[in-house]
Write a protein that binds this ligand. Structure first.
Ligand code: GLU
Length: 457
């Protein structure tokens, strides 16, 4: 059996790191199983779905390295959902309801006042043909509910009806259909809510494993019986824990919080983002993985924590730094050239500065220090300025090389008696304008004799 998974975002906003967790759990699982990954746009909500969001989702996934084996747009498959809805109607499993949102709300409030759960009482099942026609004549249009199989003969006496499945991630699960409302599958305007199209597509496209966030656990109970009602095989389900922001609040596609677009634009490396999206909330250490293949080896569903995990931006910086510190020059040559780094000294420059960069873009801060002018002459006390000038007199002759710093500071130490921080800090300040940064031994040959002399005098 070929494993087929799907990632099914609604194109109503930008993907965030929590959505990426779902996409990667699917992608990596399929990669480990030699399976296929389908990208399915759940875009039956025409009001909120946008083509540009769908395009951006593909761009985001491509940035991470996820290329789908197939792309499906639900908006192009409406006839399949209509056929399925018709089959359910014929079987008496999809029934019309005429309550307005206000009426439903009042029903829920009445139940709450009696301390009863807000479960729909199937009042619409009691409507006679004449009553339905009267509603239609009034201009009301029906929304349609799926009759859950949670009763023996009288739908108005629902009973505890357990649905079980062995969840790939959470182990054995049980949902009681007796405590649920019949789900609305079609709105009064004829559009579909997410459930029916999802089941039809999962069934018809041969999805073998549905891996998604644990906010869908209850839906799964309903979906399993819907698969059965349509004569389709239910896939294996796996529900992973969700990611929240650092304060514990949920991530939302619409607020743009921690969107992949914003992470990409702020210069994070895709493997830092991917590593964190997967490894947070898994047992074991969170490290930057070199590629998706290595990340796939770390994905074990037994390791997934049962509770929500917090996404910590500081952790992302740490992982990004780990990756950047090890990036070879070839991987960044284009980006450095765009910052004005001359190609012939790019390799040396990158070796010198990468250990001080959390993001590749941070290298840009060292470009004027090395290849240009310091914005301001660094403020040094009279004593320090005199020390720096004296040190300038002791610069070794000839071109600067990797040994120049050691040779020079050796002479300065001998001549002035200074050592350690009092020796190198004024030189660092004079040469770079900063009290921290890459090894001066590596910077000095890049800064070169001419600039060094000018900054010391
Ligand atoms: N479009 C649904 C969502 O984003 C898909 C859920 C599912 O994977 O079944 O929540």
């Amino acid at each position: 059996m070929t494993v087929i998974v799907r990632f099914a975002p609604s194109p109503t906003g930008h993907l965030h790191i929590g959505n990426l967790r779902t996409a990667l759990f699917n992608w990596l699982f399929a990669a480990n199983q030699g399976g296929r990954f389908v990208l399915r746009f759940d875009d039956t909500d025409t009001e909120r779905s946008r083509r540009e969001f769908a395009d951006m989702i593909e761009t985001d996934l491509a940035w991470i390295g996820i290329g789908p084996h197939a792309v499906i747009h639900q908006s192009e498959r409406l006839d399949h959902y209509a056929a399925a809805a018709e089959r359910l109607k014929q079987a008496g499993l999809l029934y019309p309801c005429y309550e307005t949102p206000d009426e439903l709300d009042r029903k829920r409030k009445r139940l709450a006042a009696r301390n009863l759960p807000p479960v729909y009482g199937r009042e619409a099942l009691r409507l006679s043909e004449a009553e339905k026609q009267a509603f239609e004549a009034e201009g009301r249009r029906a929304h349609w509910r799926f009759l859950l199989p949670n009763f023996t003969s009288d739908p108005h006496s629902p009973q505890r009806t357990e649905i079980h499945w062995d969840d790939l991630i959470r182990g054995p699960q049980t949902v009681d259909l007796g405590s649920l409302s019949d789900p609305v599958l079609m709105r009064a305007d004829g559009s579909y809510l997410y459930t029916l199209p999802s089941i039809v597509d999962d069934g018809e496209t041969g999805v073998t494993h549905v891996i998604r966030g644990d906010d869908h656990v209850t839906n799964t109970g309903v979906q399993i019986v819907l698969f059965r009602a349509l004569g389709l095989d239910a896939p294996v389900f796996g529900h992973h824990n969700l990611l929240t922001a650092i304060g514990g609040e949920g991530l939302s596609k619409r607020t743009g919080a921690l969107s992949l677009k914003s992470l990409r634009e702020s210069g994070y490396e895709p493997m830092a983002v991917a590593s964190l999206a997967v490894l947070v909330g898994l047992s074991g250490s969170i490290e930057a993985m070199p590629d998706l293949g290595a990340l796939a080896e770390r994905l074990r569903f037994d390791d997934v924590s049962p509770s929500a995990s917090k996404f910590d931006p500081a952790e992302l910086d740490r992982l990004n730094g780990e990756i950047v510190h090890a990036l070879p020059y070839a991987a960044v040559a284009g980006r450095l050239a765009a910052m004005g780094v001359p190609e012939d000294r790019g390799g040396m420059f990158w070796q010198a500065v990468r250990g001080n960069c959390v993001k590749v873009a941070d290298a840009g801060g060292w470009v004027p220090v090395v290849f240009g002018d310091l914005p301001d002459k660094p403020a040094l006390s009279g004593d320090e300025r005199a020390f720096v000038e004296a040190a300038g007199e002791l610069l070794p002759e000839g071109d600067f090389g990797p040994e120049t710093w050691r040779e020079w500071t050796g002479k300065v130490k001998q001549a002035t008696g200074r050592k350690g921080k009092p020796l190198f800090m004024p030189l660092r300040l004079a040469l770079t304008g900063l009290d921290h940064g890459p090894e001066l031994a590596a910077l000095l040959p890049l800064i070169g004799r001419e600039r060094t002399i000018a900054r010391l005098s």
